[in-house]
Design a protein around this ligand. Sequence first.
Ligand SMILES: Nc1ncnc2c1ncn2[C@@H]1O[C@H](COP(=O)(O)OP(=O)(O)OP(=O)(O)O)[C@@H](O)[C@H]1O
Ligand SMILES: O=P(O)(O)OC[C@H]1O[C@H](OP(=O)(O)OP(=O)(O)O)[C@H](O)[C@@H]1O
Length: 218
Amino acid sequence: MITIALPKGRLAQETADFFEKCGLLNIKMEEDSRKLIFIDEVNNLRIILVKPFDVPTYVEYGAADMGVVGKDVIMEKNVNIFEILDMGIGRCFLALAGVKGKKEDFIRKKDKVIATKYPEVTREYFEKINHQSLKVIRLNGSVELAPLLGLADGIVDVVETGRTLKENGLEVYEKLFDISARLIINRASLKMKKDLINDIVERIERGLEIEGAICPKS
Ligand SMILES: Nc1ncnc2c1ncn2[C@@H]1O[C@H](COP(=O)(O)OP(=O)(O)OP(=O)(O)O)[C@@H](O)[C@H]1O
Ligand SMILES: O=P(O)(O)OC[C@H]1O[C@H](OP(=O)(O)OP(=O)(O)O)[C@H](O)[C@@H]1O
């Protein structure tokens, strides 16, 4: 049996629909259900629902053989997993943003404070551009409030339509990375359950109508 960790939240429905389309989900997951674990006897699959930031943890430790998670989370958590496929869903981008019209002030400021759900990605980015004095404040959501209330000079956050930034008087200063949901695999499972995993990956690839990017043969 293969255990797949799917993210609760905004990616949940799209991922479940996609798996269904690939013939990989022969069970009904009621939207208002509180169940976190589902068995698909037909496909010999166990589906677990976890918080997006916990998907890589379940996969890294082998509690799940595979999982679906945003590239933003993979970058932030820096876990030892195998990222096999871009599923092309949950498209958005990570951006550095701040108060509209204040980008030049932001650039000139020496001791910058950035609020974000992605402290690691943020530190790495500012290191890469050789910015010396940075304070990162970790928030869990509504990050756009931080520059408005003087908590931070800017934010690093996910942008999809740009509506949240716009409605709060902010703008993108710099686009950092394109994001989409990825299929990730536990490294041991990749070896021990190679055939079962290859079968799932192939079905997903067929669903994506792409070729290549299959499990390494070793
Ligand atoms: N507009 C968007 N805002 C945030 N994430 C998005 C958006 N569009 C796509 N995504 C992707 O969806 C994933 C899950 O987003 P979601 O908002 O459900 O999780 P979360 O904010 O990490 O969870 P929680 O609300 O529990 O903190 C993100 O990691 C990202 O890859
Ligand atoms: O560009 P947009 O289409 O407006 O989407 C981006 C917004 O969506 C996410 O927030 P979410 O709704 O997950 O709420 P949160 O602030 O609690 O993270 C993200 O953190 C942005 O705030």
